[in-house]
Design a protein around this ligand. Structure first.
Ligand SMILES: C[S@@+](CC[C@H](N)C(=O)[O-])C[C@H]1O[C@@H](n2cnc3c(N)ncnc32)[C@H](O)[C@@H]1O
Length: 212
């Protein structure tokens, strides 16, 4: 039986493997992984988005079980939040929380069949090893309204390796995004050291920018 833990998730090698992994991980993602590792990243992204004046409607990218939308609601954010994820099992967990207006099953590495309607785009934990690379960024910009505020976490381990630095510079130089700045945060809390010493100290960059 597969070990459904962070270690396995970060070693995934393609979309089919990723989908299969989350099919089985969805049931204990919150109670096992997020609680066990004291997963702080959704709260950091929510705070960064709201701190930069983020407004709705919002699209939560790689919404998973809905932890980021829950944090936004917990911080008093009342505007509509839609979620997109390609795992139906993760989306089923998110739906149980009643924090989303709509949940859409789609692969974010392909153009999204959504109208250009979002004033905010957020994401936690989706741009990381074994998951999604910078090729998805233009698909997100295509559903954002002009001046939309974006807050995306990108794991430090893949920031340069997967080319997020170059992709965001390129989008800035092409005039597609503006006001790019980065906040570095811890992904997990102190409890993680006892669960997964290899990843307990992981850090992420939250890329904050506006769509032009
Ligand atoms: C580590 S989880 C993060 C979930 C949630 N945002 C959180 O912080 O708990 C990564 C999510 O990205 C989704 N995902 C991975 N690749 C994707 C893709 N190409 N398109 C859409 N969703 C994807 C997975 O199904 C999973 O729910």
């Amino acid at each position: 039986m597969a070990d459904h833990s962070l270690k396995g998730a970060l070693g995934l090698t393609g979309p089919e493997a990723c989908l299969a992994y989350y099919r089985d991980w969805a049931a204990n993602y919150d109670s096992g992984f997020a609680e066990g590792m004291e997963y702080l990243l959704p709260a950091h992204v929510a705070a960064a988005f709201l701190g930069s004046g983020g407004a709705g409607p919002v699209l939560d990218v790689g919404a998973g079980t809905g932890l980021l939308a829950e944090r936004l609601r917990g911080m008093g954010f009342h505007a509509p939040i839609d979620g997109v994820d390609f795992s139906p099992e993760m989306l089923a967990r998110a739906a149980e929380k009643h924090v989303y207006r709509a949940l859409v099953q789609a692969d974010i590495t392909r153009p999204l069949a959504l109208p250009r309607q979002y004033r905010g785009i957020v994401s936690s934990g989706t741009f990381t090893a074994g998951h999604v690379g910078p090729e998805a960024l233009p698909n997100l910009l295509d559903v954002a309204m002009p001046s939309a505020q974006v807050a995306l976490s990108i794991n430090r381990r893949v920031w340069t390796k997967a080319g997020f630095d170059r992709a965001l510079d390129g989008l800035s130089q092409a005039g597609r995004i503006a006001d790019l700045h980065l906040i570095e945060v811890e992904v997990y809390g102190a409890a993680a050291a006892a669960v997964d010493a290899d990843h307990a100290a992981d850090r992420a960059l939250i890329a904050l920018f506006r769509v032009t």
